[in-house]
Ligand binder design. Structure first.
Ligand SMILES: NC(=O)C1=CN([C@@H]2O[C@H](COP(=O)(O)OP(=O)(O)OC[C@H]3O[C@@H](n4cnc5c(N)ncnc54)[C@H](O)[C@@H]3O)[C@@H](O)[C@H]2O)C=CC1
Ligand SMILES: O=C(O)[C@H]1O[C@H](OP(=O)(O)OP(=O)(O)OC[C@H]2O[C@@H](n3ccc(=O)[nH]c3=O)[C@H](O)[C@@H]2O)[C@H](O)[C@@H](O)[C@@H]1O
Length: 430
């Protein structure tokens, strides 16, 4: 099938490559010339395991092409996936300007029936608004359908998640449109939830909110563990083996970041407020998360006394491993806090380059974790990159000024680290 994907971000690029891999003829469009140039030249402009190989393969076999010409893309394709961004606006609600612009563009450029599939995460009722916007922009009243098909992939495992989804959610008011969307994904074997667009839209927000709830709940329990002298990692294992609970998203630490959890939780809270339905659990989830990095900072302050003239190494910048995405990454909240206290900061990340973010501050990036830690008073591990399991902790311990290790992801073996001579603290884990 011929398919157009609008928006070549993390979601749109991944979807385009997966659809090409499933045998569809895909055109990916974006208004960002630089991104399109990169993709045309077989360069994935963001870090995501496995995608560059697919890009190479499908450009070579001509099953995918990229363009900035959105209008021609719309005219040439009956099936259109919308994957544009829906960032947070100042009042916490999603900024729908890119969705509106896309709907206008589709309305103005369409030359026959179009199936418009909304992948972007949008508040309840947006699919209905898209129908209205398309209709208002139409020059000739061609028929079209708008179907909600939210995306559930995670960054860092986007390809795997797209090829092995737990479910596909399709919200449609039209049976033919529903069947057409199902046929596009026929080779992905998983349950399909057929529902209304409004319900599909809400499923997306509730999924992210529930996952975030698990994390914040465990982050609160981690504090209790510190107070009781128990181990939150063991608690997570003991609790998670009950499959009514499930073992995923029980990892305590410095809190969740990323482009989606923080913004989607805010968006659902906003929806609750608009509907006058207080979402008090979700509000607590957000409150816990916003304070979580400071919990580790307070532990460090208790030990170091003052941060004046201290030098601290921060390991990991991205909001999670296997991605270079730093949107809402807890590492940056920590860095900003340390900078406000006048700390000299040494950075290491296996992928992310700091030059993109700071200049004029006492902050320096090093090529290895070992170099970054030398001479510092503490190391703070902010991202659980597997890389940090393999660094030379023994040598790091000997070259630090004072070997204090704060593991914001509870990923290292506390006994091994203590045996090496570190003062080690995690979150609910020592
Ligand atoms: N990043 C993720 O892991 C996931 C994101 N989502 C949702 O998917 C949506 C997209 O997210 P990302 O891919 O991360 O966003 P992104 O910000 O990486 O990419 C969005 C792209 O859309 C392009 N764009 C904006 N307006 C356009 C227009 N009028 N025509 C053509 N292109 C246009 C932008 O230039 C940008 O390249 C959001 O609603 C997000 O909440 C859902 C699941 C996972
Ligand atoms: O809507 C989205 O954009 C996506 O948001 C999340 O995916 P993502 O943000 O890429 O990454 P996650 O693996 O969910 O991690 C989010 C944050 O939670 C943190 N986390 C995760 C799990 C855990 O147990 N503890 C924990 O602190 C991670 O370190 C990270 O900062 C969801 O997992 C996806 O299903 C969803 O599609």
């Amino acid at each position: 099938m011929k398919v157009l994907v609008i928006g070549m971000g993390y979601v749109g690029t991944t979807l385009s490559l997966v659809l090409a891999n499933e045998g569809h003829q895909v055109t990916g469009v974006d208004i960002d010339k630089q991104k399109i140039e990169c993709l045309k030249n077989k360069h994935l402009y963001f870090y995501e395991p496995g995608l560059e190989q697919l890009l190479d393969k499908h450009l070579d076999n001509h099953s995918i092409s990229f363009s900035t010409d959105v209008q021609t893309g719309i005219r040439d394709n009956e099936v259109i996936f919308v994957c544009v961004g829906t960032p947070q606006s100042e009042d916490g609600s999603p900024d729908l300007r890119y969705i509106t612009a896309t709907a206008n563009e589709i309305g103005q450029s369409m030359n026959g029936y179009k199936l418009i599939i909304i992948k972007s995460t949008v508040p309840v009722g947006t699919n209905e608004m898209v129908s209205q916007w398309v209709e208002e922009a139409q020059v000739t009243p061609y028929p079209f359908d708008v179907v909600s098909n939210p995306e559930f992939l995670r960054e860092g495992s986007a390809l795997y998640d797209s090829l092995h989804p737990d479910r596909i959610v399709i919200g449609s008011t039209n049976e033919n449109a529903l069947q057409l969307v199902k046929s596009i994904f026929k080779d992905l074997h998983c349950p399909i939830v057929e529902t209304t667009p409004r319900t599909a839209e809400l499923i997306k927000y509730v999924s992210n909110s529930f996952l975030a709830t698990k994390i914040s709940f465990m982050n609160e329990i981690a504090k209790l563990c510190d107070s009781l002298g128990t181990n939150v990692n063991d608690i997570a294992r003991g609790v998670g083996l009950d499959h009514r609970i499930g073992s995923h998203f029980l990892e305590a630490g410095i809190g969740y970041g990323g482009s989606c959890f923080p913004k989607d939780i805010k968006a659902l809270l906003k929806t609750g407020a608009e509907q006058k339905v207080p979402l008090s659990i979700l509000q607590s989830v957000e409150n816990v998360n916003e304070q979580q990095y400071m919990y580790l900072m307070e532990k460090m302050l208790n030990r170091l006394g003052s941060l004046t003239n201290k030098s601290i190494a921060v390991f990991g910048l991205s909001f999670k491993p296997n991605t270079d995405d730093v949107r809402e990454a807890p590492a940056f909240f920590i860095i900003n806090y340390l900078l406000s206290k006048g700390v000299k900061i040494n950075i290491h990340d296996p992928i992310v380059q700091l030059e993109r973010f700071y200049s004029g501050y006492d902050i320096e990036q090093f090529d290895t974790a070992e170099l970054a830690a030398a001479g510092t008073d503490a190391v703070i591990l902010c991202t659980d990159w597997p890389h940090y399991m393999g660094v030379d902790w023994k040598s790091i311990q000997t070259t630090m000024n004072t070997p204090n290790l704060y593991d914001g992801r509870n990923m290292l073996n506390s006994k091994q680290m203590t045996d090496l001579g570190f003062y080690y603290e995690g979150v609910g884990y020592k």
